[in-house]
Design a protein around this ligand. Structure first.
Ligand code: GRF
Length: 201
């Protein structure tokens, strides 16, 4: 059984999609813990209701990024994960933290990377006038919202879209591609080759 630790900051709908897929499809994996940097993250309740251990490491209580990341790393490593999954985890990570989980930490970013890094990606897409938008699952590297891409899904941008309608359309795709990518990792199907990820059948 591979062990997975999922990090969240909010509602945790991607975490929920992964937990449900793992149970339904009987993955050879265990969600070892869900950890949040905010005590009020809605997803914590769901995780607890599924019997998954939860923990909170409150980022606001730490003076610097370095000490927070060290505390978070210590908490994560209590569960000895094979994979760390960032699912709406709204923190910029230090290089040392990222290095510690090199090749075993995935993130989901709601844009077609390398377009629209950072926040408010749906508004960025609308403002740029792009006709398609989407979502990316990638391995985490020290550079924000970069790293070898595992999966992407594309949605149309419609003339009357606003941030809400567009983010809703993207989120539906997030819930499809993130569980699939995590399962591929669990099954040992992902091989990082520079910037590229080769996926075996
Ligand atoms: C998702 O859109 C994710 O891509 C982004 O933040 C949002 C988190 O949603 N990084 P949820 O907490 O998984 O519901």
């Amino acid at each position: 059984m591979k062990k997975i630790v999922i990090l969240i900051s909010g509602r945790g709908s991607n975490m929920q999609a992964i937990v449900e897929a793992a149970a339904k499809q009987q993955w050879p994996a265990q969600i070892a813990a869900v950890i949040s940097n905010r005590a009020d993250a809605g997803g914590l309740e769901y995780a607890a209701s599924r019997g998954i251990p939860t923990a909170v490491v409150v980022s606001k209580q730490f003076a610097t990024r370095d000490v927070f990341d060290a505390a978070l790393q210590a908490k994560i490593d209590e569960f000895a994960p094979d994979l760390v999954v960032l699912a709406g985890f709204m923190r910029i990570l230090t290089a040392g933290f990222v290095e510690h989980y090199a090749g075993r930490m995935l993130n989901i970013h709601p844009s077609l990377l390398p377009s629209f890094v950072g926040l408010a990606t749906h508004q960025q897409a609308i403002d740029a006038g792009v006709k398609v938008h989407g979502v990316t699952v990638h391995f985490v590297t020290a550079e924000l919202d970069h790293g070898p891409i595992v999966a992407q899904a594309v949605v149309p941008v419609l003339d009357d879209d606003n941030e809400d309608t567009l983010s809703h359309r993207v989120l539906e795709q997030e819930h499809q591609i993130y569980p699939r990518a995590v399962l591929q990792f669990v099954e040992g199907k992902l091989r990082i080759d520079g910037n590229r990820v080769h996926i075996s059948n």
